[in-house]
Design a protein around this ligand. Structure first.
Ligand code: KIV
Length: 298
């Protein structure tokens, strides 16, 4: 696979700046003046370009990722356990998803914003899925929605796509089924499970999904699914053979307390950094060295 830009940075017509003054380098050329679209992602698959996706749940964090050139941000229902203090994704409501998604849209200029349809917001009927997807598009302004399941969500996906809602499917370890799974086990192991997952991926594609998340599946199976689809696969715990990779931002930046899954790479230790800042502020206040003269009005 080759690496490249998606979409290419727009040509401003100005003379080339020295390297140090250029926008931060990213896989996709930094911030451009238009949002990434699902068509850009389809072209990237054709060109063999990999792309990163991160979750975001609020405006300032989303702005940091947007400025860093992350082309797709997911307002995941992982907000349940990573942002809202629930035990898992199950309690997350549509109102919470709309509020967080609107904040992420407001905080960004360039990324495609995908919002999760939370548990109970689409399983009842395709009409219920459409009603809630429309809320995310009209009230929050997202560019696409994500829902869990292949064959079981095909009718909902079809109706959404017909109505003009881009749909990302989510297969493998689908966290909304945590109670049915009895935890978070790796999926798609064994011939029958692998066959079912491949069938689910093809069904999601036929129903019109523009991408498929593969969570916690064997790398070999993810390679097979990726080769079988013309839409991009987005891996999380699915090996390096997917077209794109997603991580939950609090995991990858070291904000999550306790254990993180084996598939997470921690790129920063923000929990420690923030704790140090809070302790330093506390010590300054207790010791009387904050506020100092430069922080004071007269
Ligand atoms: O909710 C979420 O963050 C997700 C990712 C793990 C793909 O669905």
């Amino acid at each position: 696979m080759q690496h490249g830009s998606l979409p290419p940075a727009q040509n401003s017509g100005h003379a080339e700046k020295p390297a140090a003054e250029k926008a931060p380098q990213s896989l996709y050329g930094g911030v451009t003046s238009r949002r990434v679209t699902v068509r850009d992602l389809a072209s990237a698959k054709q060109r063999g370009e990999r792309w990163p996706m991160l979750t975001a749940y609020d405006a300032p964090t989303a702005a940091v990722f947007d400025e860093a050139g992350i082309p797709v941000l997911l307002v995941g229902d992982s907000a349940g356990n990573c942002h809202l203090g629930y035990e898992n994704t199950v309690p997350v409501t549509m109102d919470e998803m709309v509020m967080m998604s609107a904040a992420v849209v407001r905080g960004t200029k360039r990324a495609l914003i995908v919002a999760d349809l939370p548990f109970g917001s689409y399983q009842e009927s395709p009409a219920q899925a459409l009603h809630n997807a429309v809320r995310l598009m009209k009230e929050a302004g997202v560019g696409a929605v994500k829902l869990e399941g292949g064959e079981r969500s095909a009718a909902a996906t079809e109706l959404l796509v017909q109505a003009g809602v881009p749909v990302m499917a989510h297969l493998g370890l689908t966290p909304q089924s945590v109670h049915a799974f009895g935890g978070y086990p790796v999926q798609g192991r064994g011939d029958e499970a692998a066959h079912q997952l491949l069938a689910d991926a093809k069904t999601a594609q036929s129903a019109g999904a523009f991408a498929v998340v593969l969570e916690a599946v064997p790398a070999e199976l993810a390679v097979q699914v990726t080769a079988s689809l013309h839409i991009p696969t987005v891996g999380i715990g699915a090996g390096v053979g997917c077209d794109a990779q997603v991580l939950v931002w609090t995991d990858m930046a070291g904000m999550t307390g306790g254990r993180v899954p084996k598939f997470v790479k921690q790129y920063a230790d923000l929990r420690a950094t923030l704790g140090d800042a809070a302790r330093a502020f506390s010590a300054d206040v207790i010791g009387g060295s904050f506020p100092a003269a430069e922080h004071t009005f007269h």
